[in-house]
Design a protein around this ligand. Sequence first.
Ligand code: CA
Length: 238
Amino acid sequence: MSKQIFVTEDEADILELVRLKLETAGYSTQGFTRAQDMLDRLQLELPELIVLDLMLPDLDGLEACRRIKSNPAWEHVPIIMLTARSDIRDRVKGLEFGADDYVTKPFDTSELLARVKAVLRRSGWESSRNVLNITSDFRLDFNRYEAWIRQQKVDLTLTEFKILQLLTRRPGWVYKRGQILDHLWGNDKVVLERTVDVHIRNLREKLGDYAYMVKNIRGLGYKFSPEKPEPEDGKDQP
Ligand code: CA
């Protein structure tokens, strides 16, 4: 099953070059020389990614990008803009309109291919991150703000869930109390760092057997790691 990519470009030779490169790399492609044709096609099927030229005869690429990204059914499809304009403002606008990346013409098709791969990797990672299976019976649902352990929903407060969300973003990464506070309440420094400890203590209590995954790094902060504690900790050994 090869991933489908829509390529929208009115210059026929560039369109062919891009399609050839992508197909040689194992993707299947559909080519469009007009933005409207591509938008019509989107009503029928969704590709994994869209390569979209900025300068098109019928509709500005930015406008096409805006339409795709403002449609809830299409917004998750990543877009890479092709732009001949060296004007930085156009690129910024493209990214503001939701484009995921851009390549400036003239470009090397290998560079475009590398960007395509990177964007697909990122979007696949992000969508799979909506549900994180930490173990076979411990999972986090980031869309619903829910934690589940052995088919049971864990009764976490929003603050506790957000701490878990932050820590699991980078397993093994140590977050300082101040960073956790920033994540929870922005720069509202009225809240004491000690509050973090209280929330973490409550969170751990609710995680039961999995409490060990939220680790205190003395003098630094906290980290999430599914690894069992070292033997000298003397508990939870297999
Ligand atoms: Ca063009």
